[in-house]
Design a protein around this ligand. Structure first.
Ligand SMILES: O=C(O)CCC(=O)C(=O)O
Length: 282
């Protein structure tokens, strides 16, 4: 794994922000050349998905399981500015359990002025019903890579209710089109990564601008959680290094998910060798 990871470990301030707010913004997580490379990949994969030669300007989709469809998407799995913060929050028994990419075009002129509540939700479906506890456990988080500029309002900004990861339910205003008072758009320039707890109540904002929004979402969880999409990654397994194989979901067998041995979790060995035994004490 890239040794530069060691320069980007989760700081105490970042940990506190994530615990308190349920999300964390890391600016310039990926350089502009990488952003451009990723946009080319998104446009290619998006066009393929829609059965077109080129991505149409009004393309509007949420594509699950995109990660194995381009080399540049694989590179982000253990990206040096972000992956250390993932293991800083969840620990070493982790993998990618889900990926999706969203292309969100401008709203049509008719839709633009219609008031409408955003689609507030917590991630992971039945986990929010079948897991006991209040708050329920975190289990996973997502890293969202913003490829287009959402640094001003009205760009389909990722929107959050800060601190709401600690509440199984949140109250919505009586007015059916209104958002909660503390609804907050997150401002992100191209290359920004936003980490968020799966329990955080969040929604895609309305895109009232003239630019299409493009965002990649990487969901990391403990290794024992079932994938949330097909995780079509077998074709990249062989040419990946052991840590990437761990991230892509490899295990020595059933037992290896919940009681992992050395071969299941090369990330633990790497952390031990590079950061010492305290880093893997739990
Ligand atoms: O597109 C967005 O900003 C929100 C994405 C979202 O709701 C999700 O990843 O669950």
């Amino acid at each position: 794994m890239n040794p530069l990871c060691l320069k980007h470990c989760l700081t105490e301030t970042e940990k506190q922000q994530f615990e308190e707010n349920g999300f964390l913004v890391v600016e310039d997580a990926i350089p502009q050349e990488m952003v451009e490379k990723l946009i080319v990949a998104v446009d290619r994969v998006g066009a393929e998905h829609l059965g077109k030669d080129e991505l149409p300007p009004d393309a509007n989709f949420n594509l699950l399981d995109f990660v194995g469809r381009d080399k540049s998407f694989i590179e982000l799995l253990d990206w040096h500015t972000t992956f250390p913060k993932v293991w800083g929050i969840l620990g070493w028994n982790i993998k990618l359990y889900h990926s999706h990419l969203i292309v969100l075009p401008p709203l049509s002129p008719e839709e633009r002025d219609k008031p409408r509540r955003l689609g507030w939700h917590q991630d992971s479906g039945r986990l929010n019903i079948e897991l006991e506890g209040n708050p329920r456990p975190r289990v996973s988080l997502k890293v969202a890579y913003f490829l287009t500029d959402t640094s001003v309002p009205g760009r389909g900004n990722f929107s959050v209710l800060p601190g709401s990861q600690l509440f199984n339910q949140v109250e919505m205003p009586e007015e059916s089109t209104a958002d909660p008072e503390n609804a907050t758009p997150v401002f992100a320039k191209p290359g920004t990564a936003v980490f968020f707890d799966r329990r955080l109540w969040h929604a895609a904002g309305r895109n009232t601008s003239d630019t299409t929004r493009k965002v990649l979402f990487y969901g990391y969880s403990y290794r024992w959680l079932q994938p949330r999409d097909n995780m079509t990654v077998e074709h990249v397994m062989e040419r990946s290094n052991p840590i990437r194989q761990q991230i892509l979901g490899k295990s020595t067998g059933g037992m290896g998910y919940t009681s992992p041995g050395e071969k299941d979790v090369p990330l633990r060995t790497w952390l031990q060798e590079n950061l010492g035994s305290e880093a893997v004490a739990r």
